[in-house]
Design a protein around this ligand. Sequence first.
Ligand code: HEM
Length: 124
Amino acid sequence: MSVRGLVDRIGGPERLREILRDFYAKMTVDPIVGFFFAGRDLEKIIDGQWGFLMRAFGAVERFHGKNPLVAHKELPPILRGHFDRRLRLLEETLRAHDVDGDDIAAWIKVENGFRKRLVQEHPE
Ligand code: HEM
């Protein structure tokens, strides 16, 4: 299970962008994670995510955008429930776009790889 060739399998870079547009449309109106995106330039976020994933999926050699760790620095704390919600919305979006099950799993694995670095737990 690998993301190698995933961009070609889903139909190319423009298809990736369409899927991300759909994903962020869901994210922005979501009661759990929507508030993160209030007042932000969505097209810019989509563009950054697109470039990031093109690199993560091996379709291009370089990503010129912000590192996700830097990009999230100024945001409210991302908690485990937010992160889980994002992955759920991603999975729903990918299913709706008929992405192959193995590719969905591989894609989610890439995003999950950032969990430890992006999620801030409550100090308890
Ligand atoms: C619940 C989880 C997440 C939330 C709520 C979230 C939200 C956001 C928001 C609001 C921004 C815009 C920041 C700004 O305006 O400067 C952003 C940027 C970004 N996010 Fe996330 N994010 C999440 C998880 C992730 C994950 C898992 C990844 C990568 C695997 C990622 C990749 C990026 C990238 C690359 C950018 C920068 C885009 C650019 O180049 O401007 N995010 N995120």
